[in-house]
Design a protein around this ligand. Structure first.
Ligand code: 2HA
Ligand code: ZN
Length: 269
């Protein structure tokens, strides 16, 4: 059996959380990541018949029975994942009953997965239905994204247009736009269900006054989506009240056509 601390997926979780912490996106215990793993890859590092303990999911995750995820722990700080992955991360498999998670590794101090586990798992279900290669759900509290969401309408098309108009990369990276939920109580099945509903149409979902979710087929893709929204929101906020030039719709259409992208309908004139 290989040493799990050397597994590429553990390294990816360490790198992502460290980067996000240093970017200032994930203060204290803010943010969480879940990453769907390949069973045969995990089997190189763990005896899959050895369940350390079981943890109730609190919702029906039947669509994910047998699937294995590495997930950040509740109350844990992204800052600390790199130096102690076995306490701050866990690997869980959704059990046959669909409402229990089997702990295969981690949460060494008796902990459990993020309080946003429902939003993560329900989002995985939505994204997998659209793209079988989907793997990562990432949640974060990037400062400028939250600031821009505070001063702008939560109308998804209006918000997406403002992002596209501020940075030529934006339409290229997220032609499908950004979904937005109103301010809600986080950590609940309700916000999980609402997020998963948005995830049927969007890879990016903003939680008003809270943060953002990004998804992808890889850690880089999910991270890159959030990073591009945050960079663009920073430009928007730095220029707010001083704007002379926004990217015209004709240029946005030109970018979409150059890269063979289908921008979200109902935004460009
Ligand atoms: O886990 O980010 O949304 C801390 C959070 C809750
Ligand atoms: Zn959060």
């Amino acid at each position: 059996m290989k040493n799990i601390l050397n597994a590429p997926f553990v390294q990816e979780m360490k790198d992502a959380t460290a980067n996000m912490y240093r970017l200032g996106w994930d203060e204290r215990n803010g943010g969480n990541i879940s990453y769907l793993l390949d069973e045969s890859e995990v089997a190189e590092y763990l005896d899959l018949s050895n369940v350390i303990r079981t943890i109730p999911t609190g919702f029906d995750a039947s669509a994910l029975i047998g699937k294995i995820f590495i997930v950040t722990g509740t109350g844990k700080y992204f800052k600390n994942v790199e130096k102690d992955p076995e306490t701050n991360l866990g690997i869980v498999r959704i059990a046959k009953d669909g409402t229990t998670a089997e702990l295969l590794w981690g949460y060494k101090d008796g902990g459990k997965f993020t309080s946003e586990f429902p939003a993560h798992m329900m989002s995985h279900i939505s994204r997998l239905a659209i793209d079988k290669n989907h793997r990562v759900v990432m949640h974060s509290h990037p400062t400028y994204t939250i600031a821009m969401n505070t001063v702008c309408s939560i109308d998804e098309k209006e918000f997406t247009h403002k992002l596209w108009q501020s940075n030529t990369e934006a339409i290229v990276v997220f032609p499908d736009g950004v979904g937005i939920l109103p301010c809600m109580v986080c950590g609940t099945n309700e916000i999980g269900e609402a997020t998963a509903e948005k995830m049927k149409n969007f890879r990016l979902v903003i939680w008003t006054n809270h943060g953002i979710y990004g998804t992808g087929t890889s850690m880089d893709e999910a991270f890159g989506l959030i990073e591009t929204v945050e960079k663009t929101a920073q430009i928007y906020m730095l220029t707010l009240g001083h704007v002379v030039n926004v990217i015209p719709d004709e240029v946005l259409k030109g970018l979409a056509s150059l890269w063979n992208l289908k921008p979200l309908d109902g935004i460009l004139k």
